[in-house]
Structures are given as structure tokens and as C-alpha cells.
Design a protein around this ligand. Structure first.
Ligand code: HEC
Length: 146
């Protein structure tokens, strides 16, 4: 499946005559943003009751993104045109060790929250490490378009 979709993506890009920024990267990040905005943040703020299944699903989405992140931005996308509100920074391609460390910090924070979130208090204790990991990666490896 993955091979086929890559082949299709290559064809589409060739057809369009331009290199597109990672649509998979944007989709994965939008899924992260949605899990954060619809479940984790409202639960954290007390606007939504603690529902274990919802927390588990939101954290599973983030774990899925974390697992994909290492391959989402291949070298071919360096300097590619933007397809979302943000683009990967050139640093992402230049400082691969730093980027890998940022992915690991995020994956570890999500895994820790998955393991420890059993009720509102334990979730609240684990949650800040996740947003910190989102923010520190964005600060260095993401640039705003326009
Ligand atoms: C290891 C690096 C990394 C981590 C961790 C990370 N992001 Fe991102 N994020 C990026 C990069 C790079 C971009 C810009 C390129 C893109 O959109 O693919 C981005 C873009 C985004 C965008 C904008 C998408 C658009 O429409 O253009 C959102 C929303 C987002 N991230 C949410 C999150 C949330 C929420 C988390 C944590 C739960 C998170 N990200 C964790 C690297 C990261």
C-alpha cells in the first residue's frame, strides 16, 4: 500500500510540475492538533469530563504520528512549496540528529501519558510534557508560511 501511494504521489507531483510539501506531514499534524483541541485540552481545562476511551484514542493518534514522523519529511521535500499553514524548516533536513531527538521526546511523552493516565489527576500530571514536546519541535523545525 505504502509503495503504491508513494508512486501515486510521485506521479501527481510530476504531473503538477512542482514539488509539493509533505501532505502526509500536514495531515499527521492536523490529526495531532485535532486530538489536542477536541479531547486533551478540554479535558485538561475541565470543559470536558474525563473519558478514558477518548483519552486513549487521542493518545493513540499522537503515538501513530510519532511513529510516522521519522519518514514524513524525506530529503526530496527540502525547500518544497508549502501545502499547509506551516512548512518544515530547512533545519529539519540539516540537523537530523536534533530532529530525531525532538521526535523521541514527543514519542516518550505520549508513551508516558498513555501508560500513566488512569484518571483526571494522573492525566493532568502527564499532559504538559506532551505540549512541551510539540512546542519545542515547532520552535526549531517548523516555519510559518507567508
Ligand atoms: C518532531 C517534530 C514535531 C512534533 C513533536 C510536533 N510537530 Fe506539529 N509540526 C511539525 C512540522 C515540521 C510542521 C510544519 C510542516 C507540516 O505541517 O507538515 C508542523 C505543523 C503543525 C501544524 C500545522 C499544520 C498545517 O495546517 O499546516 C499543527 C496544527 C501541528 N503541527 C500540531 C502539532 C501538535 C498538537 C503536536 C503535539 C501533540 C505536534 N504538532 C508535534 C513538527 C512537529
Amino acid at each position: 500500500m505504502k509503495r503504491i501511494s508513494i508512486a501515486v504521489a510521485v506521479l501527481l507531483v510530476a504531473g503538477a510540475g512542482a514539488v509539493m510539501a509533505s501532505p502526509d506531514g500536514v495531515a499527521a499534524m492536523k490529526a495531532n492538533g485535532k486530538a489536542l483541541a477536541t479531547v486533551l485540552l478540554p479535558t485538561m481545562k475541565g470543559d470536558k469530563p474525563y473519558v478514558q476511551a477518548d483519552i486513549d484514542a487521542a493518545l493513540a493518534t499522537m503515538a501513530d504520528t510519532a511513529a510516522k514522523l521519522p519518514t514524513l519529511y524525506p530529503d526530496s521535500e527540502k525547500g518544497a512549496a508549502a501545502s499547509g499553514d506551516f512548512s518544515p524548516s530547512p533545519k529539519l533536513f540539516e540537523d537530523k540528529a536534533g530532529y530525531a531527538a525532538a521526535i523521541k521526546a514527543f514519542a516518550d511523552a505520549v508513551a508516558a501519558a498513555k501508560a500513566s493516565s488512569k484518571d483526571l489527576d494522573s492525566f493532568k500530571a502527564a499532559f504538559p510534557a506532551i505540549t512541551k514536546a510539540c512546542g519545542s519541535c515547532h520552535e526549531t523545525y517548523r516555519v510559518k508560511n507567508g
